[in-house]
Ligand binder design. Structure first.
Ligand code: GDD
Ligand code: MN
Length: 374
C-alpha cells in the first residue's frame, strides 16, 4: 500500500486508521511517501508508525512530485500486489481488498479505482472538472487505445510483475503515473472498480491547471515520443493558434476598412496585416510563456525583456519564411510538375515549416533557455 503525501497533516491519521481497518484481513504493509511537507506530515506519520509495525514512512528531501513519490514507494515495497491511494480520504479504501483479490486471482494485472465505472461517482466535482476528466479519458482512448474511464486516477492496484515490466520506461513527472503504466504496456489486462469520490475535508488540492499541460505532453510522448519531442508539439499547437489569431485580427481590420499606412519604402503597409501579426506575436508569446515553456517562464519584471526577444525572433522568422519562399520561387522548383500556382503554395508551406523549426530552435536555446530561478 503506497500513499503519497504533501501537506496532509490533518488527514494522515484518519487515513492510516481507515487503511488498517479496511486491510484487517489482508497481509499488508503501508508506505507513506512524504516530500518533506512543510506542515510536518512526515512527523505525524512517523509517530503513528512507531506504534504500528505495518506502517513505514519515507521522507524525501531532494526529489519531489506525485508520480516520483509513488515510484519511490513501489521500489521500497515488498508485496506481490502494490496499490496506491491518495492520502486525503477522497478515495474509498474499503474497495482495496476487492481490487487486490482480483489481481491475486489472476483476473487482472492492474485494477483501477474509477469514478466513471459502475458504482462510481464523482461526488461534488464541478462540471468543469468532470469535463476535463472526460476529455483526458477520450484523448487517452483515441491516441493510446487505453480503455479505462479514468486514466488520471490516483487510485489503483498493480501486480509486481506488471510493475517490473513497465517501471524502467516510466517518466515520473506530474500526476499521470497510471497512464504511464497502461500506455507502456499494451498487453496489460486492466479492470475497473467503481468508487464514490469523496470531498476533501482537510488541507487543499495540489492539482493545478498545469497538470492539463503535463497530461497532454504525456499522451504525446507515449504515442510519438520516439519521433518528436513533446515540447515541439506544444510549440506547434501554439503556432497553429497564432495562425488563427492572425486571421481573425486580419479579417476584423479588413472589415473595418482601416486602410494602410505609408512607411516610406516599398508599398504602403495595410493596418490589417500589422494588427494580425502583432496580435499573433502577443498571443504566441503569452501561450509559449505560460504553456509550452512553463517551467522556464519569464516572470514579472522580466516579461518585457522576454517579449522583446521573442518579437525579435518572430521577426527573424518572417525573414526566413520570405527568404526560403523567394529562393524556391526563383529556382522555380516543382513548377513543371505541380504547375506554378500549386508550386507557390508548396513553397510558402516549406517557408513556413523552415521558419517554424528555426524559430523553435532559437526559442528553446536562447529565449527560454534554462536560467537560474529568479
Ligand atoms: N509525496 C507527494 N509529493 N505527494 C503529493 C504531491 C507531491 O508532490 N502532490 C500531491 N501529492 C499527494 C497529495 O498529498 C494527495 O495525497 C495525493 O497526492 C493527491 O493529491 P491532491 O492534491 O489531493 O489531488 P486531487 O484530489 O486534486 O487529484 C485527484 O484527481 C487527479 C486527477 O484526476 C485525485 O483523484 C488524483 O489521484 C488524480 O490523479
Ligand atoms: Mn485529493
Amino acid at each position: 500500500m503506497i500513499t503519497p503525501t504533501y501537506n496532509e497533516a490533518d488527514n494522515v491519521v484518519p487515513l492510516l486508521d481507515g487503511l488498517e481497518a479496511a486491510l484487517a484481513d489482508v497481509t499488508h504493509e503501508i508506505l507513506v511517501v512524504d516530500d518533506d511537507s512543510p506542515d510536518r506530515t512526515w512527523e505525524i506519520a512517523e509517530r503513528y508508525a512507531s506504534t504500528h509495525p505495518t506502517v513505514r514512512v519515507i521522507r524525501r528531501f531532494s526529489d519531489h512530485g506525485l508520480s516520483s513519490a509513488v515510484m519511490a514507494g513501489f521500489e521500497a515495497s515488498t508485496g506481490s500486489v502494490m496499490a496506491v491511494i491518495d492520502a486525503d480520504m477522497q478515495h474509498d479504501e474499503t474497495k482495496l481488498p476487492e481490487m487486490v483479490s482480483m489481481i491475486q486471482a489472476g483476473d487482472a494485472d492492474l485494477v483501477v479505482g474509477t469514478r466513471g465505472a459502475e458504482g462510481g461517482s464523482y461526488g461534488e466535482w464541478s462540471a468543469f472538472r468532470r469535463f476535463v476528466s472526460w476529455v483526458a479519458a477520450t484523448i487517452a482512448r483515441i491516441f493510446l487505445r487505453v480503455s479505462t474511464t479514468d486514466p488520471m486516477s490516483g487510485f489503483f492496484a498493480v501486480s509486481r510483475d506488471a510493475y517490473r515490466r513497465a517501471a524502467p520506461a516510466v517518466n515520473p513527472q506530474g500526476f499521470k503515473i497510471l497512464l504511464e503504466f497502461i500506455g507502456r504496456n499494451p498487453g496489460l489486462r486492466v479492470r475497473e472498480v467503481g468508487y464514490e469520490f469523496r470531498n476533501r475535508v482537510h488541507g487543499e488540492t495540489k492539482m493545478s491547471p498545469s497538470i492539463i499541460r503535463s497530461y497532454l505532453l504525456a499522451v504525446f510522448e507515449l504515442r510519438f515520443g520516439r519521433q518528436v519531442k513533446g515540447q515541439f508539439f506544444l510549440y506547434s499547437l501554439v503556432g497553429a493558434s497564432g495562425v488563427v489569431v492572425n486571421l481573425v485580427m486580419f479579417s476584423m481590420f479588413e472589415l473595418l476598412g482601416t486602410g494602410s499606412i505609408d512607411v516610406g519604402f516599398a508599398r504602403p503597409l495595410r493596418w490589417s496585416l500589422i494588427a494580425g501579426i502583432a496580435a499573433s506575436i502577443v498571443s504566441n508569446f503569452t501561450l509559449n510563456n505560460y504553456f509550452t515553456f512553463w517551467e522556464r517562464r519569464y516572470r514579472r519584471n522580466h516579461l518585457v525583456q522576454g517579449f522583446a526577444l521573442f518579437a525579435l525572433v518572430s521577426g527573424l522568422g518572417v525573414i526566413v519564411h520570405v527568404a526560403v519562399f523567394q529562393f524556391l520561387q526563383d529556382n522555380g522548383w516543382g513548377n513543371d510538375v505541380l504547375g506554378a500556382g500549386a508550386a507557390r503554395l508548396v513553397h510558402d508551406g516549406i517557408g513556413f515549416l523552415v521558419a517554424l523549426v528555426s524559430n523553435y530552435f532559437l526559442n528553446v536555446n536562447y529565449i527560454w533557455r534554462r536560467r537560474p530561478e529568479a
